[in-house]
Design a protein around this ligand. Structure first.
Ligand code: 5AD
Ligand code: SF4
Length: 469
């Protein structure tokens, strides 16, 4: 049963439900059914969806991406910005028509939106054709929910947020062949004042190191070459446990595994990025030379209001340390434009920080008020239109920096993982262990291998030549 440190399988109970569904599912529909998983939001959601797919396959469904073909459809939702939520409502509204044509269709909404009481209530009232609504910490109970609904239960609403347990051993059906996600922790303790995540995903819980190592070994044995460790703040890995293995130590353990692979990770909160971690990245060959270090705002005044626990100077000092220790590092960041009370003077500090650091790429967002967060109660006098202008100014600056940076890569040779076919006929794509992607002509037999590619030019993408494999 459930176990606080996640060492015992809590999925056993759900496996029983999954077998029961599997033995009944073809009779229920009259044929072998298909399931469609629609994912919104971040990599954590993509990773959760791979588990939803794994469970659905174990219940006898085959997977489809075509909604009209689905006999079970589930929306795994994101609540981080209002825009994401609006898109979800638009999409779940389409289930009404799908159900008209297929009365046996079972529909579900899960994830960060479904974790909110207001959203669950709205779906209960206004979307009567949604059968099952469940939150982030009970998503492993999908077999039980499907079983109950198939057996005539009334609509199911479940949003327990008990915060303690990590459920291990959930089957997973990964989307990629060479690149895969590996969650190392769940939840967040930071309560940045704009962010809904701690309220919908609960407090930080780290997986047991051995569970992570075992999963990584299995992925490597299955041919995965590019593994991304996931957590809202991977830098605080292990702080909630007593085993004494922090994130830097975990990285070293993964780096020591046999095989040819790259380990990436995201997201890193700047306040928890230690020199030990930077030295680990520097010394470990299999750890990617990429740091995603969201700074959110270049103004210390705004950072304080955001509850970020660092100021502009501390962030810049961290970047200096990063660049000194890992000269070939790729830096990326998240930025919020138009936080409540932000003035143009504050925003100019964001622009100057972007100029100073020269990030490889940026993820930029206009502030979106979120229910029950402290920032949603702060005075927000700047208009959306004005924030839009600031946003465009930031994008333009980043484009100029990116244009200038292109020259840095041309003429150089990089080791890349050949990970796909380009739209460009006869060309394959490859990614460095930083953030650069390149297209080059080569035989498909090298897919999934590390090769050396020389970058020659930039034409909407870097174009290179295969040097050796
Ligand atoms: N409004 C806009 N952007 C937000 N983010 C998180 N919450 C909000 C919000 N309320 C952004 C932050 C975070 C990224 C994942 O999403 O930049 O790092
Ligand atoms: Fe949200 Fe801040 Fe936690 Fe990131 S660190 S998930 S921005 S509360």
């Amino acid at each position: 049963m459930f176990n606080a440190n996640g060492t015992e399988s809590a999925f056993a109970e759900q496996s029983v439900y999954a077998s029961r569904v599997a033995s009944k599912v073809n009779d229920y529909y009259g044929y072998k059914p298909k399931a469609c998983v629609v994912t919104f939001g971040c990599q954590q959601n993509v990773s959760d969806s791979e588990k939803l797919k794994g469970m659905l396959v174990s219940m006898g469904y085959s997977l489809t991406e075509i909604w009209e073909q689905a006999d079970f459809i589930i929306f795994n939702t994101c609540a981080v910005r209002g825009h994401a939520e609006d898109r979800v409502y638009g999409n779940i509204g389409k289930v009404k028509a799908l159900k008209k044509n297929k009365p046996n269709l079972i529909s579900a909404v899960c994830g960060c939106m479904a974790q909110q009481e207001t959203v669950a209530e709205k779906i209960k009232k206004s979307y009567p054709y949604i059968d099952i609504v469940f939150g982030t910490q009970v998503f492993h109970r999908l077999p039980e929910f499907i079983y109950k609904r198939m057996n005539g239960s009334k609509r199911i609403f479940e949003r327990t947020l008990d915060n303690k347990d990590i459920v291990e051993d959930i089957p997973v059906s990964r989307d990629g062949e060479f690149k895969g996600w590996l969650p190392i922790m769940y939840g967040c303790n930071n309560f940045c004042t704009y962010c809904i995540v701690p309220y919908v995903r609960g407090r930080e819980r780290s997986r047991e190191p051995q569970k992570i190592i075992d999963e990584a070994k299995q992925m490597i044995a299955d041919g995965y070459k590019d593994i991304t460790l996931l957590g809202q703040n991977v830098n605080s890995y292990g702080k909630d446990a007593e085993h004494g293995i922090n994130f830097a130590k975990l990285l070293r353990m993964l780096n020591d595994l046999d095989g040819d692979f790259v380990i990436r990770f995201m997201t890193s909160h700047p306040k928890d990025c230690t020199i030990e971690l930077l030295d680990t990245i520097k010394e470990c060959k299999k750890i990617s030379r990429h740091l995603h270090l969201p700074f959110q705002s270049g103004s210390s005044r705004i950072l304080k209001l955001m509850n970020r626990y660092y100021d502009r100077e501390k962030y810049l000092e961290l970047i200096k340390n990063v660049k000194e220790r890992i000269p070939d590092v790729s830096l990326t960041s998240d930025i919020i434009v138009g936080f409540p009370g932000e003035t143009y003077e504050d925003f100019k500090e964001t622009l100057s920080l972007v100029k100073e650091v020269e990030f490889s790429s940026l993820f930029t967002f206009i502030y979106s008020p979120r229910n029950n967060t402290p920032a949603a109660l702060m005075a927000d006098p700047v208009s959306r239109e004005e924030k839009g202008k600031w946003f465009d100014e930031l994008l333009k600056l980043q484009e100029e920096i990116a244009e200038k940076n292109k020259e840095k890569y041309i003429g150089k040779t990089f080791r890349v993982l050949c990970d796909g076919k380009s739209d460009n006929d006869g060309f394959l794509t490859g990614h460095t262990n930083g953030t650069v992607s390149v297209e080059f002509k080569a035989d498909e037999s090298i897919l999934g291998k590390f090769v050396d590619v020389k970058i020659n030019s930039y034409e909407n993408a870097y174009i290179g030549t295969l040097i050796k494999n």
